[in-house]
Design a protein around this ligand. Structure first.
Ligand SMILES: *Cc1c(COP(=O)(O)O)cnc(C)c1O
Length: 403
């Protein structure tokens, strides 16, 4: 294999000979964590308070400050965040929620958890985000919310989506799972995703996202009433938080005012998250630099379409997505790169092509969503990715596209 990259060290090469799996030397993603996060987790464990305590409260305050949100509520992951956000918007059985099929399936699943039906609207080819011009035709008297996605960290055209939603008096919920640290220009001012610009924004701290707590989620809103409900629902509808009871000199009897959930975040996760937030500016700056380096390295390859950042968007580049020419087979390119030790991923999935959503599918044209899934691939992008590795990746892509 003369194309193989040099092995990073002997230990990995001996591992690869024991397991006959392909040796990936450049992964698709890698969390940016250090001994500081490990120490924070250790301290949280040794503190004796392991769930929804002081660390979670501090993480919420720091997250709110960072995004400019009035309220931030920590939960167990972004899927549960989306579930609660939809419930807070009043979504229930029989309702419809307009969203992207072209998203991780969690987006559609969260709508189903409410007993509602996702109504899929196509994306714009250039940004991979919901096409604002296609929303109105999908609105019915049952439409209860729009769940828009900032896909791969690239802000969607929120201003236009909110304008359509306002016409019908329906709330916009932002699936910001990938978009922590991204910015969006709203009426001339740069806002951080999560301020939020819609009614509610939901974030993920899964290791595949830009900052991580292992698993974890956050919901931001400017509406105190929504925040109050979220806090109730994440903890079984319990009307007094543990921290309040614990710190009270008076005996407090709590009550359970509704059927809630266990969507709590642990203090171990929150402690890690607080360290991660301090790194966010550095992480986003580095990711933006890596993305622009890719664009420079790949811009002259004929037929290759590079990701597009609208002038009103500043992406955190959670993923770097390239669109292959139609003549090139996606799987072959990915396999050839993998054979050279370079991991890639197929473009974002389409929920309407998966078993749970085939039956719901309206006759809306989802061609751009399908084309994106079938012809795009994601390249490795993580803070530790160095210039030499990027040059190798770019060369490998170039070789695939030489006709
Ligand atoms: C990752 C992701 C989710 C789910 O996040 P979890 O924290 O894993 O539940 C939801 N929506 C989108 C767009 C995502 O990328």
């Amino acid at each position: 294999m003369s194309d193989a990259l040099p092995l990073p060290d002997a230990q990995i090469s001996s591992m690869s000979s024991r397991h006959a799996s392909p040796l990936v030397m450049i992964p698709i993603a890698k969390p940016f964590l250090d001994v500081e996060e490990a120490d924070a987790a250790r301290e949280a464990v040794l503190s004796g308070w392991l769930s929804q305590g002081a660390q979670v409260g501090a993480f919420e305050r720091e997250f709110a400050a960072l995004t400019g949100a009035q309220h931030a509520c920590a939960v167990s992951n972004c899927t549960t965040a989306l579930h609660l956000a939809l419930l807070a918007a009043g979504v229930g059985p029989g309702d419809e929620v307009i969203t992207s099929s072209h998203s991780f399936i969690a987006t559609a699943n969260s709508i189903r958890y409410c007993g509602a039906t996702p109504v899929f609207v196509d994306i714009e080819a250039a940004t991979y985000n919901l096409d604002p011009d296609r929303i109105a035709e999908a609105v019915t008297e049952r439409t209860r919310a729009i769940l828009t996605v900032h896909q791969m960290g690239m802000p969607c055209d929120l201003q236009r989506i909110i304008a359509v939603a306002d016409n019908y008096g329906i709330p916009v919920i932002e699936d910001s799972a990938c978009a922590i640290g991204s910015q969006i220009n709203m009426g001339g001012a740069w806002e951080r995703v999560g301020k939020p610009c819609g009614a509610v924004a939901c974030f993920s701290f899964h290791p595949r996202k830009v900052v991580t707590t292992g698993e974890g989620g956050m919901i931001t809103t400017s509406d105190p009433e929504i925040d109050r409900k979220l806090r109730l629902w994440r903890q079984h509808g319990m009307n007094v938080p543990d921290t309040v009871r614990h710190n009270s000199a008076q005996v407090i009897f709590e009550s359970y005012d509704c059927v809630g959930f266990n969507y709590r975040m642990t203090d171990i996760q929150a402690a890690i998250g607080r360290k991660q937030l301090t790194r966010l500016p550095e992480i986003v700056a580095q990711r933006r630099m890596i993305a622009s380096r890719y664009s420079a390295l790949l811009s002259d390859i004929e037929g290759l379409i590079l990701p597009f950042e609208p002038e009103w968007a500043r992406s955190n580049w959670q993923s770097y997505c390239i669109r292959l020419p139609a003549r090139v087979d996606q799987r072959t390119v990915m396999q050839n790169l993998l054979d050279q030790g370079i991991a890639t991923r197929r473009g974002i999935m389409c929920s309407h092509r998966e078993a749970p959503y085939m039956v719901d599918q309206r006759k809306h044209d989802l061609r751009q969503s399908e084309l994106a899934q079938d012809h795009t691939i994601l390249l490795p992008l993580f803070v530790q990715l160095n210039e030499e590795q990027q040059a190798l990746i770019a060369e490998a892509v170039r070789k695939e596209l030489q006709a």
